[in-house]
Design a protein around this ligand. Structure first.
Ligand SMILES: Cc1ncc(COP(=O)(O)O)c(C=O)c1O
Length: 378
């Protein structure tokens, strides 16, 4: 049996459709469905007050997320989604008028608005402009100023699929004394992220895309160094060291990243995330990443043969699971509709970008069917 078998059996929708839209949202695997059912049954029928018995699942999930980011579980906190995670960072640092934040003009808005919202404090936002859809390292280097306190960037760009050179960006940020924050949602699950080795101080991600977990069960990573410079903008009963001392109101923030958790968490979502992370442990990220890269490479080569314009970098070091073609709007809409009618799921973005995002359980045979259909329609 060759990869992705036998894990493909966790995804029975493959009998009915070719799902290539993991950059939007992922199917639940069989283990995730079981975990969610188990949680629902418990709250419905058996151990209704499950607050205490659920604590080990919370901790085990933090540990799995720590392993995903090659760091300690103490540096992980749950957060509903990427936007709220990045807002923890934006609101947790103290800003001076004239401080600058470096973004780029291709980011998904989750990685923009939490920072744009700081303009009222006198913070300036700079945007690196893409060159024909490509974000060049030297443009980030040129845009860093002595006042740039933070660079926030996606690990993989949502539209172009460009995988960012985080090691090099980490070095630039270190030299410039700039914090590096990463939106991991378009990469984590297709790969892992060694945050400490790469000099990354903050990560935010939801888990419903490449991590194949439920919506609303996201998380953040914050380095010890960065946390020492932050103050939680929101305090809740679970932010403190002695949370069960209910009437002794000592606002002593926890020393670990959980000071950014406020109150009762999304237990059901986290039960699903715990199971989803277990599937990745079975598959192994080396194998997952190599397989996904071979799928996007296959689609890129086929697109080139068909004369399609691809905006995703060709170098395998600069892409991962997203592959996007740019077409005339009418043609893009027709092609997307034709694929959808054939039960092939992709995304149409900004009217002219047709985005494919295969995951580890997809096969080259599925992509060959997609290519055959595109060939017919062109
Ligand atoms: C790069 C990126 N960040 C964030 C999100 C989603 O943000 P949130 O988790 O806040 O819904 C998306 C897609 O929806 C995305 O592509």
């Amino acid at each position: 049996m060759t990869f992705p078998d036998p894990l493909r059996a966790y995804f029975p929708h493959t009998a009915e459709q070719i799902y290539l839209n993991h950059a939007a949202i992922s199917p639940f695997s069989v283990p995730v469905v079981k975990a969610l059912h188990g949680y629902i049954e418990q709250r419905h029928l058996t151990e209704i007050e499950n607050y205490y018995s659920f604590q080990p699942v919370l901790q085990a999930t933090r540990e799995r997320l720590g392993a995903l980011l090659h760091t300690s579980s103490e540096r992980i906190a749950f957060s509903p989604n990427t936007s709220s995670g990045l807002a923890v960072l934006a609101t947790g640092l103290s800003w001076q008028p004239g401080d600058r934040i470096l973004l780029n003009a291709l980011e998904f808005p989750s990685n923009v608005y939490p920072f744009e919202n700081l303009r009222r404090l006198g913070v300036e936002i700079d945007y690196v402009q893409p060159r024909n859809h490509y974000l060049a390292l030297e443009d980030f280097e040129a845009a860093l100023t002595p006042r740039t306190r933070l660079l926030s960037i996606s690990q993989v760009q949502f539209l172009t699929g460009q995988r960012m050179p985080l090691r090099a960006l980490g070095q630039l940020c270190k030299q410039n004394q700039t914090w590096l924050s990463v939106d991991g949602i378009q990469a984590l699950g297709a790969t892992s992220l060694p945050v400490e080795e790469l000099g990354i101080d903050f990560v935010a991600s939801g888990s419903h895309k490449w991590l194949m977990g439920p919506a609303g069960a996201g998380f953040i990573y914050v380095s010890e160094r960065l946390q020492a410079q932050m103050h939680p903008a929101i305090a809740g009963w679970l932010s403190v060291t002695d949370e069960w001392n209910l009437l002794d109101y000592q606002l002593n923030f926890r020393a670990d990243a959980r000071c950014f958790e406020t109150g009762t968490l999304n237990f059901m979502g986290i039960a699903g995330l715990h199971a989803a992370l277990g599937v990745f442990a079975e598959a192994g990220f080396d194998q997952i990443e190599a397989h996904i890269l071979s799928l996007t490479g296959y689609l890129q080569a086929a697109g080139q043969e068909l004369g399609l314009s691809c905006i995703t970098p060709a170098d395998p070091a600069e892409r991962l699971g997203i592959l996007t073609f740019e077409l005339e709007p009418e043609r893009a809409a027709a092609l997307h509709a034709g694929l959808t009618a054939a039960r092939i799921e992709s995304s149409l973005r900004e009217g002219r970008y047709l985005r494919f995002s295969p995951h580890f359980y997809n096969t080259q045979a599925e992509l060959a069917q997609v290519v055959a259909l595109i060939r017919q329609q062109l």
